[in-house]
Design a protein around this ligand. Structure first.
Ligand code: NAP
Length: 320
């Protein structure tokens, strides 16, 4: 496993790292932080007693608690790994207990709304460096995480203008040691890029699976039986966590609506090509889209396996 993570560090980057929200992403971070020795002390926080009990059983942290405020005391790193809609509430809980010099970050899939929700709660001297690891699966909870989730995946940092360079550098080193490639952009640009690469594709998957489920002329058992024709790949995406995705659409509304407008126009053009028998137009588009798939494979973001890149349970997909 170590060869699938980032380079080992000579010394821990942080004295006390606190992860709030021990789900897929939080528990993966705890696992990689432990195996890479990224902090002297690891503290896991979750509001759910069952999740805390499971995190303790799994040995994910040195200390597990449901008290975020208490955990934040004397921390030099706090990463908020709850659904996007809860991140502001957690920031309000921990804000008064943070020490100067602490780096606060998050892993939310939306950035502008998170910045607006978190910044007012942080005292002066605390460095806020938002982040989004572009890595995930359709599974949730502390058992779903694994240490290599972030390997060779991008992590996008969206530091506010004038952010402390040392804090950005330290968080970059943290994600690099977790195996990620780090890119920096503004929150607004992040939200636009992710709207088209992740949020709208998920919306399409949720929609098509919902449409198929509502069909009357084709039975549900036929949909399941013949799903390998393409539908099956949408069902994996449409099985993603409902709370997480509700929050993403509610908090990245403008960018998603902007991209959906473009999508609808292009869909209408495709509809017209089919109606008028424009085979050349269809062929040209499908040739262009095939080339995009090839470049994604060439850049190592997917495999060329003939099963649409579907991996085994031991090596699950990581693409959200
Ligand atoms: P998850 O598996 O559902 O875990 C979230 C955890 O946070 C749950 O244990 C939840 O407890 C806990 N939580 C919720 N509100 C809380 C609060 N106020 N205080 C403390 N804990 C709280 O979710 P996830 O997939 O890890 O996603 C977490 C974040 O990562 C989200 O912001 C998401 O946008 C982002 N992200 C996800 C992916 C992905 O593919 N999953 C990829 C990149 C980024 P309850 O069960 O009691 O609600």
């Amino acid at each position: 496993m170590p060869d699938r993570l980032g380079p080992k560090l000579d010394a821990p980057l942080f004295d006390k790292a606190v992860i709030v929200g021990v789900g897929l992403i939080g528990s993966s971070l705890l696992r990689v932080a432990r195996s890479q020795g990224l902090a002297r002390e690891l503290v896991a926080v979750d509001r759910s007693g069952d999740v805390c009990a499971r995190a303790s059983e799994l040995g994910l942290a040195d200390r597990v608690t449901d008290d975020a405020a208490l955990a934040a005391q004397n921390a030099d790193l706090v990463i908020l790994c709850t659904p996007v809609g809860a991140i502001g509430d957690v920031a309000a809980q921990i804000g008064p207990h943070l020490s100067a010099g602490c780096i606060v970050s998050d892993v939310g899939s939306v950035k502008s709304a998170v910045v607006t929700a978190v910044e007012p709660h942080l005292p002066p001297g605390v460095f806020f460096v938002p982040a989004h690891p572009v890595a995930g699966t359709e599974y949730s909870g502390p058992d779903a995480g694994f240490a290599t989730l972030f390997h060779q995946r991008w992590c996008i940092l969206t530091p506010p203008e004038g952010a402390d360079a040392g804090a950005v550098e330290k968080l970059t080193a943290f994600w690099a040691a977790a195996g990620s490639k780090v890119e920096i952009m503004t929150p607004a640009h992040h939200d636009l890029v992710l709207a088209i690469t992740s949020h709208v594709p998920h919306l399409i998957a949720f929609n098509i699976v919902g449409t198929a489920a509502d069909l009357e002329e084709v039975t549900q058992s036929e949909v399941i039986k013949f799903s390998a024709g393409g539908f099956r790949d949408f069902t994996r995406i449409a099985a993603s966590d409902p709370t997480m995705w509700r929050d993403i659409f509610l908090h990245n509304r403008e960018a998603v609506l902007e991209m959906l407008g473009r999508f609808n126009e292009d869909l209408a053009a495709l509809q017209r090509m089919i109606r008028w028998g424009d085979g050349q137009g269809l062929h040209d588009l499908f040739t262009r889209t095939r080339a995009i798939r090839r470049s994604i494979i060439e850049q190592g973001q997917e495999t060329a396996a003939a099963d649409f890149g579907r991996r085994t349970v031991a090596d699950p997909p990581a693409d959200q």
